[in-house]
Design a protein around this ligand. Structure first.
Ligand code: PDD
Length: 286
């Protein structure tokens, strides 16, 4: 089946959708994105993703031109047209193009480029990786200092994923000053005794929408949460670890740099949080 994608106001077959070669997203990575998961044909945490999109645009002096209701309608239309039961909706907005390459931003009224497409992932919530847990390596965090803005500059995270693959692992945790910032495309957590530890919000990390929901559910379930940076050494000595993101929900981590955590299988806290997150999110999906 040919996918239907959305480009600048039109729904088109993917083979007919085009963007200018001068687009600033292509030339300068001058754009932001969001990934929203779909379970049972419904959107998970849509409001959170829409709010973060507005924040990312504003932080980059880009106008917020699409109202939340319009965005929701486009998301839903794509889910319907592409018959998505489980999967993802990817959205990208770039500063557009004024027909040439120039470091200076184009005039403020230059149309932005808006692209959305779906990825079908049957059984997304049932992933075998969640049952086994994933293995991560550590790499230095060489990204820029505004990681709170969800820009499309993803080359370094992509390199991190490749470095992990080269070592037979699944992902990389990025380290700055001895402390874990986040995974290549997820937020990182460890469990020490009764306490769930994850880095506090700042410009050092992306303010994960899944993170916000998971911490809320953890607190509601009377679990102890500590929002502070933790070291790589602490992580290797932790009882358990996990990551969160819109595409993986709560994913147990069972090994860091070849060091097995606990008995090397997904821990009870990660398993419970995954269950709560999936239950509650399905209930609240729109
Ligand atoms: N990535 N940190 C980084 C660097 C991320 O790229 C992501 C999401 C997260 C988790 O954010 P959220 O819970 O809002 O998905 C944290 C998406 C899924 C991606 O790039 O595909």
């Amino acid at each position: 089946m040919t996918r239907t994608v959305y480009v600048n106001g039109e729904y088109l077959p993917e083979t007919e959708a085009t963007v200018s070669v001068f687009d600033r997203g292509f030339l300068f990575a001058d754009g932001v994105y969001e990934v929203t998961s779909v379970l049972g044909g419904k959107l998970i945490d849509f409001d959170g993703h829409a709010a973060r999109l507005e924040r990312s645009l504003t932080e980059l002096d880009m106008a917020v031109r699409l109202h939340r209701d319009e965005l929701l309608e486009i998301h839903r239309e794509l889910v319907t047209r592409n018959d998505i039961e489980d999967g993802l909706v990817y959205l990208q907005i770039t500063r557009g193009s004024d027909g040439d390459r120039d470091f200076v931003y184009p005039a403020e009224d230059t149309p932005q480029t808006v692209v959305l497409f779906t990825q079908s992932k049957p059984g997304l919530a049932d992933s075998p990786a969640a049952k086994k847990g994933i293995r991560v390596i550590s790499i230095p965090d060489l990204r820029w200092d505004r990681r709170d803005i969800k820009t499309v500059q993803l080359l370094y995270p992509s390199m991190g994923k490749m470095a992990a693959k080269a070592e037979g692992c699944d992902d990389a945790w990025m380290i700055e000053d001895g402390k874990v910032t986040e995974g290549t495309s997820n937020n990182a957590y460890i469990v020490q005794g009764n306490s769930i530890v994850t880095r506090e919000l700042s410009t050092d990390i992306l303010h994960g929408i899944t993170r916000a929901a998971v911490l809320r559910f953890a607190r509601e379930a009377q679990m102890q949460v500590e929002e502070r940076a933790f070291t790589l050494d602490e992580a290797k000595a932790a009882d358990e670890a996990f990551v969160t993101s819109a595409s993986t929900f709560v994913m147990p981590v069972v090994e860091i740099d070849g060091v097995a955590l606990g008995d090397g299988t997904p821990g009870p806290v990660a398993r419970r949080l995954r269950e709560i997150y999936l239950d509650e999110s399905r209930k609240a999906a729109i």
